[in-house]
Design a protein around this ligand. Structure first.
Ligand SMILES: [Zn+2]
Ligand SMILES: [Zn+2]
Length: 753
């Protein structure tokens, strides 16, 4: 008699499988064997917000499916994970709850890890890390000192929001309509010294490499290009009141039509152009006015006339204006203003008296456009122009006046100035019991933290009380998972395993991670040149990259305010992890925004239930199927067709998963299931029942299908494989099915026992 058929009970199946995985240690990063491919899959590092949201579930479902696929193919796989645990979100949550951020972060992390385990994500949980752990941020401090020594970190003034009442600087999200989020008093912009990361030396290389990156999807590449903000054009050297100046324009055909020059307030030579005291005052005002908060529009962006001029090749006087509009378009450079062909320049010209008004040509508008398009006449007429490009990307501030962050390892000494803390004295420990209130600077108020002897002269000195922005921690968050936890204290950046696992084979991240990734690529190049990452010749941390869009609901971004937040826990509770994973992967390709609906859930759940029941029925019936070699021979061509369906389907699914196009793979899985059912219908229509040879072929097809399902719905798939009686537990984690696994010959059927 057939075995009792188990019903599809997701929570039982999933608990059983997860216990088995844990026991087998399936997810521990293996020591790669010779000749084995090393595959480090790096999903995004979330903030410790306390809850996985559907965007995380999407990210980890893609990364986990890919990792499981590569494992099943026999590759050495590291699926690493860590939390981006410092920063404002945790600090604000802790203020609200009146508890130390360290405690809040620990609770959140535990909860989120529990959710990830319940969803069956195959991270190497022994390697999980928090950027806020002492053993981690010690290395953020090391990185700071290393980049400082290499001249890639510097201190300069920056504009920040300041609340006089709360005596604190504010992040821009803490300023609502120009008022403090806490006390609602008006906020001022002040200038204060801030630490910057110098990225400009590596922009060219990031640009060149972007064109050669393989296994990066279009979305991730387009974010890299967007952040770089490259403009191609020409540059030329002009002379003027402030001396020589190199000016750029993307309008190579319209150089002769320029009527002014626009200078960035951050141009290295800007001082030569603000000799006049009134003009200098205007520049100071513009700098402290915070160009980040002002409109970018050419009709409202700050602009002023320096009163100085440059002389164009044809003798025309070009007034020199200063405006952050240059930065927003071409970076901290100087650009020709050509109202004749440039809409933004036209907007600026209209606001400056010294610039001749631009009259829109009535009939020959086409002619002006032709100039822009690269008509050689004007360009050829201007001697001294040469091909040039500019990048909008620029150095950015990495320090914040917050207390929940990596302490910046420098000391301020009256005699010695800014003194780096010696590496052997790291970490500079952040007090764990720090309790931010939103008022003042908690670090500055702790003498046990602030008061220190100067490492240079030994005199009493003060620690830096700014902390590093969590964006700085994120610069290397892809590294720790590749180092065994027990070795991280000694060898974080020099561990031999780094050569095994880096570059990461695939980064899977949200479409808004472009900035993080861009800067991680910069820092990898810096560390290559400094030494530790010399083995990464092209300075690229990720060999492949997949960006996915977000998950929305009812056509809108999920938010508590709109009441449309989908809670993954509730879905898992109701349908099981496999259904949720399958649904989120199936509902949309990674490049598309996923508008969540119950339709995908119902589809996924129905598929799993049908496959489960159908397969178990066939496994049970196999033992009782009669065998008649003559009858079996009659349906050989059908089995042959089933084999072809299986081989084709498997080839497609394999291809889809290799490209991380999981939605296509799942569609192909469901089609293959239909064909397997169709095979049975046709045999029955022809002969009334399956011969044992047919039944064996069909069971083999179902086993192949379950194997191919294992990256997406790993719990149900593995239980099916074991339930088939064809796979021994020792053979798991499931080996990826091979082609031609379907028996076709009539004689192949086993005799009745
Ligand atoms: Zn305030
Ligand atoms: Zn000193």
């Amino acid at each position: 008699m057939g075995k009792q058929k188990p019903s599809y009970d997701a929570s039982r199946i999933e608990a059983t499988r997860q216990a088995a995985w844990e026991q087998r240690g399936d997810f521990e990063a293996p020591r790669p064997a010779a000749g084995q491919a090393r595959v480090y899959v790096k999903p995004s590092s979330p903030f410790t917000s306390g809850n996985l949201h559907m965007g995380h579930v999407r990210d980890y479902s893609i990364g986990d499916a890919y990792a499981r696929f590569r494992r099943a193919r026999g590759d050495a796989v590291l699926l690493g994970f860590g939390f981006d645990a410092f920063g404002l979100p945790a600090e604000l949550a802790a203020i609200e709850r009146q508890e130390p951020p360290a405690e809040w972060v620990a609770q959140c992390g535990e909860r989120m890890l529990g959710q990830m385990r319940r969803l069956g994500f195959s991270f190497d949980y022994d390697r999980v890390f928090y950027s806020s752990d002492e053993g981690q941020y010690r290395w953020s401090q090391w990185l700071f000192l290393t980049l400082l020594e290499a001249g890639l970190i510097y201190r300069d003034d920056a504009t920040v929001d300041w609340c006089d009442t709360c005596q604190t600087t504010l992040a821009s999200i803490q300023v609502e309509d120009g008022r403090c989020w806490r006390c609602h008093n008006e906020v001022r912009l002040i200038r204060r010294p801030t630490w910057f990361l110098r990225i400009t030396p590596y922009l060219d290389e990031n640009d060149r490499n972007t064109e050669e990156l393989e296994n990066w999807d279009d979305l991730s590449l387009s974010t890299q290009r967007y952040i770089l903000g490259r403009s191609d054009g020409v540059e030329l050297d002009l002379e003027g009141d402030g001396g020589p100046l190199t000016v750029f324009t993307p309008h190579r055909g319209a150089v002769g039509l320029a009527s002014f020059v626009l200078l960035s307030p951050r141009h290295p030579e800007v001082d030569a152009w603000v000799a006049d005291a009134t003009v200098r005052e205007q520049l100071e005002q513009m700098r402290s006015g915070g160009w980040d908060r002002s409109a970018r529009d050419a009709r409202s962006v700050p602009v002023f006339d320096t009163g100085s001029s440059l002389t164009a090749a044809d003798g025309t006087e070009l007034p020199v204006l200063i405006s952050p509009l240059v930065d927003a378009r071409f970076g901290p450079t100087a650009a020709l203003g050509i109202p004749a062909v440039d809409e933004a320049d036209r907007g600026l010209a209209a606001r400056i008296e010294r610039v001749p008004g631009f009259v829109e040509p009535e009939e020959d508008g086409e002619e002006a456009k032709a100039d822009t398009a690269g008509g050689g006449a004007a360009a050829a007429a201007v001697p001294g122009t040469r091909e040039a490009k500019r990048y909008r990307a620029n150095d950015f501030s990495i320090s914040r006046q917050r207390s929940w962050g990596t302490p910046i390892p420098v000391v301020h000494c009256e005699a010695c100035g800014v003194v780096p803390v010696p590496v052997e004295d790291l970490p500079v420990v952040l007090p764990r019991d720090i309790r931010p209130t939103g008022e003042g600077n908690p670090l500055a108020e702790r003498p046990d933290f602030v008061d220190v002897d100067c490492p240079g002269c030994g005199a009493a000195a003060k620690r830096e009380t700014d902390t590093l922005d969590c964006h700085f921690d994120a610069l290397w968050l892809w590294v720790p998972a590749a180092v065994p936890p027990e070795d991280r204290a000694e060898l974080m950046f020099e561990h031999p395993d780094l050569k095994e696992w880096l570059p990461a084979e695939r980064l899977v991240a949200g479409g808004d991670s472009g900035g993080f990734v861009f800067d991680q690529r910069i820092v990898t190049k810096a560390l290559r040149d400094i030494g530790p990452f010399a083995f990464l010749a092209d300075g690229e941390p990720f060999a492949g990259c997949l960006f996915h869009e977000m998950v929305i609901a009812d056509g809108r971004k999920m938010s508590k305010h709109l009441g449309n937040v989908v809670n993954p826990d509730e879905l898992v509770e109701r349908y099981g992890a496999d259904t949720v994973r399958l649904a989120i992967l199936y509902a949309a390709g990674p490049a598309k925004t996923l508008n969540w609906s119950d339709g995908a859930l119902r589809f996924a759940n129905r598929f799993l239930r049908n496959l489960w029941t159908y397969s178990h029925d066939r496994f049970a019936a196999l033992a009782e199927a009669p065998h008649d070699p003559e009858a079996a021979a009659e349906t050989e061509f059908m089995r042959d067709r089933l084999r072809k369906w299986c081989d084709n389907g498997l080839a497609r699914i394999t291809d889809d998963v290799e490209q991380l196009q999981m939605h296509k793979a799942i569609r192909n899985l469901t089609r293959l299931f239909e064909r397997i059912q169709d095979f049975e219908k046709r045999v029955v229509a022809r002969r009334g029942q399956l011969d044992r040879a047919d039944a064996e072929a069909q069971v083999a097809a179902l086993v192949l299908l379950a194997g191919a399902l294992s990256p997406f719905a790993p719990h149900a798939a593995e239980e099916l494989l074991l339930g088939s009686g064809q796979i021994e537990p020792a053979a798991l984690p499931a080996a990826w099915p091979g082609a031609a696994a379907i028996p076709v010959d009539a004689d192949a059927a086993a005799p009745l026992s």
